[in-house]
Design a protein around this ligand. Sequence first.
Ligand code: SF4
Ligand code: SF4
Length: 165
Amino acid sequence: MDEFIEQLPNLAKDKHKETAAYFKKLKRKPPKDLDYQMQELHEEEFERTDCLTCANCCKTTGPLFTDRDVSRIAKHFRMKDAQFIETYLRVDEDNDYVLQEVPCTFLGADNYCMIYDVRPKACAEFPHTDRKKFQQITNLTLKNVAICPAAYNIVEQMKERIKLK
Ligand code: SF4
Ligand code: SF4
């Protein structure tokens, strides 16, 4: 897995043009059963992929924290929301709460998430390859394929399996 993660930015770069052209077609005319097909591709990939041998998302990019995430996680630490924000978060250029630093403060040395049960929604849903109307998040996915080996594989499989005109 380590070698694949190391090569991923270059692999994604090599495929970028092809994938961007494919996503353009997908947005223009998404297949009727796209949600179903993405669900299947996502499940198949995550049967093969063990995130505990990776954690590259937690190491290289942090999630956005919604107000709900902040309240839930602060409560978990028995902290006030403001105290949690001051300790762990900052406001980014889009005015969102993000981590002060990466790798994520809550990532353990064994790649376990210390706040798994209350982790941010964005973490629970990453890499978003099973979300409905996948065609709406193709720009985000173009970035995620350079970070997440599973997302990369899913998109490569998708191009093989879902032929577009
Ligand atoms: S979601 Fe992707 S980047 Fe994150 S740990 Fe799993 S395979 Fe790795
Ligand atoms: S909160 Fe947990 S799942 Fe989310 S980035 Fe940090 S370690 Fe990873």
